[in-house]
Ligand binder design. Sequence first.
Ligand code: TGC
Ligand code: FAD
Length: 392
Amino acid sequence: MDYKSYTHPDYFNIDDLLTDEHKLIRKSVREWVNRRLKPVIDEYNHEHKFPEFIVKELGELGAFGPYIPTKYGAAGLDFISYGIIMQELERGDSGIRSVASVQSSLVMYPIYEFGNEEQRQKYLPKLASGEILGAFGLTEPNHGSDPGSMETKIIDKGNHYILNGAKMWITNAPIADIAVVWAKDEAGVVRGLIVEKNMEGFTAPETHNKWSLRASVTGELVFDNVKIPKENVLPNIKGLKGPMMCLNSARYGIAWGVIGAASDCYHTALTYAMERKQFNVPIASFQLNQKKLAEMVTEITKAQLLAWRMGVLKNEGKVTPSQISMCKRNNVETALKVARESRQILGAMGITGEYPIMRHMMNLESVITYEGTHDIHLLITGFDITGIAAFK
Ligand code: TGC
Ligand code: FAD
């Protein structure tokens, strides 16, 4: 597959809405994906291995916490730039975008937003450069969609806390240097803590045998009487809204990111359909294949417009969590449908690693579940328009 010929679909001239800086950022991330990721990602995916070299290189690229101010070593860009970076990375692989979204929105963002100046100075520059990698622990074995019922606890021991409990399905867990972990205090209030990998009683075993996001590492975070110094507690947030605010930022990035996976599938299917012949004509000449391609580009265009408008609202500080939920849900579903339709256009070739479609499709099965499942996001919209929560 000649991935260097890739051009993104832009049926409604959305590029006219981007600045020269946005386009430059897209160009540099796209070039990195073509040069460093595309040639090797299928092999890492097959071997269920994480391409460790990417961590430093994503740091150099400015892909970690791009919207965090430059004084903390990050790029200080706007939110549309963040979206564009996620989109280009996810054209490469959703697992690689995951690494960047977790580091940016789930580790750097809470330290920047809820941490004190000392915590910001200590962790943010190293996270921005990729010198250290982070994880985010919210989900537990017994509490996924309902994080408010978490069992992980801290007990106040004067100058430190004792942390007990377990988190599950945590991106980067086994390879992370630090983890932002959410636990309840003795009053049942959710608090955010920075747990460091060498703390006694803390282990992070890997979750094996995944058929999705195979180039990203997932694991558990297990806390057995871990002593957490009080300076590792995020002082400026209390309650479930803390992790939920982090999720708003990560869901925003995912809503942009999946357009990259969808566009890669669409580009692959269109290119293949023009070249492959059956009955002496290109398969692109059959009406049923044209229907698939036309519907794909229509849905991708709608996803692009939704993401762009969400980006404008976020830049203006006006976007609501429910708008982000709608966009995440719509765009992930679009990407998954596009991947499935593209796979069909390639016939048998679509199931091979010669083409990226099957890998994108398998990855998107995680993306539609993590950061709030497809149905939870629907219920968030339902709650927003009716004022009635249907979660319980
Ligand atoms: P509820 O009672 O509604 O809310 C509790 C408090 O939180 C506030 N809140 C939010 N604040 C900001 N943004 C949001 N999106 C918020 N949602 C809720 C809310 O205002 C309230 O604040 P306060 O001050 O009144 O106490 O909460 P609930 O317990 O009824 O749950 C609601 C529900 C189901 C919508 C929510 O908990 C939810 O979204 N569940 C899904 C869980 C989820 O998304 N987990 C993701 C884990 S991280 C992950 O998947 C990383 S994948 C990484 C990768 O590899 O990319
Ligand atoms: P459950 O909550 O058990 O849901 C199962 C099914 O029931 C779903 O279909 C759901 O929609 C439905 N359901 C649940 N509640 C309701 C309801 N009230 N109404 C209607 N339907 C409902 N978490 C982290 O904290 N950090 C990470 O870094 C992280 N990375 C992840 C990486 C991967 C690869 C995966 C797969 C998951 C990751 N997660 C992470 C966890 C992820 O956020 C959860 O899997 C997700 O929130 C859903 O929780 P669950 O799997 O326990 O499903």
